[in-house]
Design a protein around this ligand. Structure first.
Ligand SMILES: [Cu+2]
Length: 338
């Protein structure tokens, strides 16, 4: 009698998994993946349109996803998915994230079902004499070949994506250097006459003076005093380094994140497709104010950028104010539906 109790539910408890915890995990998994599953349904609905051969191509279902969430260039409350992509690279990353879910979710469900089946079917009272089988060639082949195939399905698009991230499709038209400091960023435009300035978190007390009182556009903890301004649809190279400790230059909606390491220059690139203001943060723990060194990139039209750049070389605050008046003015007109 004592021996029987070592199997089934009781066995799970002896290895330290209280049975109610399994149900909590199950409910948690379903809740956490609800958003993902909705995205997957959309993915499926959209995947019918292109030829099945295009299923794996990076562009198949992406347009739909981009449209599925409202234009987001900054984090939102209770967000469980990516921010809306503003570059083709981020669109590919988002596609790969959703693609991966097609493996993760079924595997999670399968394992949960198997676990539940074992708990019920082989509990001590229903299965007093446990099987002593320790090997089964067929099953062992299945659970070796299955994961190998799954890993191949994940590895191939993953390596393609990784290669694409390190292979800019064209020569950069603009080069900017971002230097991480404890706890702010220095930006340097490598143009004819170099322009460099510091970009630090916007203090609440400075909002009024900077004309950044609209917290929807300039959110607390993400807004900065001087944004990095870049032209839209322009191949931009970002050289990333640091002066003191390791930081990380990350912009979620652009699909870039690269370490800023003292004494070393890392390189990344982006080509923003949308105008607007985009927010990221330092993404390496770099000290007590790590959470307070946001990155803000303002993407503007080519003409606006040229005007701003020319003016910024002599008067940065003035150039920023002029640009803001123009851009935020446009947004107000658009918001009013004109
Ligand atoms: Cu940092």
């Amino acid at each position: 009698m004592r021996r029987e109790k070592e199997y089934g539910l009781n066995q799970l408890e002896t290895v330290g998994i209280p049975v109610p915890a399994l149900f909590v995990i199950l409910v948690g998994t379903v809740a956490r993946n609800w958003e993902t599953m909705r995205a997957m349904r959309n993915f499926l609905a959209n995947a019918k349109v292109p030829a099945s051969a295009k299923f794996l191509s990076a562009c198949a279902a992406i347009t739909f996803f981009a449209g599925a969430s409202a234009h987001a260039d900054q984090p939102k409350n209770w967000e469980t998915t990516f921010q809306a992509p503003a570059t083709d690279m981020m669109r590919q990353i988002e596609w790969f994230g959703n693609y991966t879910m097609w493996f993760i979710v079924p595997i999670t469900i399968l394992v949960l079902l198997l676990l539940a089946y074992c708990i019920v079917r082989f509990r001590a009272s229903a299965n007093p004499v446990p099987s002593k089988t320790s090997h089964n060639t067929l099953i062992e082949v299945i659970w070796t070949v299955g994961p190998v195939v799954i890993l191949l399905c994940l590895a191939i698009p993953s390596f393609q994506l990784l290669t694409a991230q390190y292979t800019p499709p064209e020569e950069a038209k603009l080069t900017v250097k971002a230097t991480g400091n404890q706890w702010n960023w220095d930006y340097e435009y490598q143009t004819e006459n170099t322009l460099s300035f510091n970009s630090a978190i916007l203090q609440d007390g400075d909002r009024a003076g900077a004309g950044k009182e609209d917290r929807k556009v300039y959110p607390r903890l993400l807004a900065v005093d001087n944004e990095l301004v870049v032209p839209v649809n322009t191949m931009t190279r970002v050289l990333v380094t640091a002066t003191d400790v390791i930081h990380s230059f990350a912009m979620p909606s652009f699909g870039i994140k690269i370490d800023a390491i003292p004494g070393r220059t890392n390189e990344t690139w982006f080509k923003a497709e949308k105008e607007g203001i985009f927010y990221g943060q330092c993404s390496q723990l770099c000290g007590k104010d790590h959470a307070f060194m946001p990155i803000a990139i303002r993407v503007v039209s080519d003409a606006q950028f040229k005007t701003w750049l020319a003016a910024a070389k002599t008067d940065l605050p003035g150039a920023n104010k002029t640009l803001m008046a123009e851009v935020d003015g446009q947004n107000k007109v658009a918001a009013a539906g004109n």
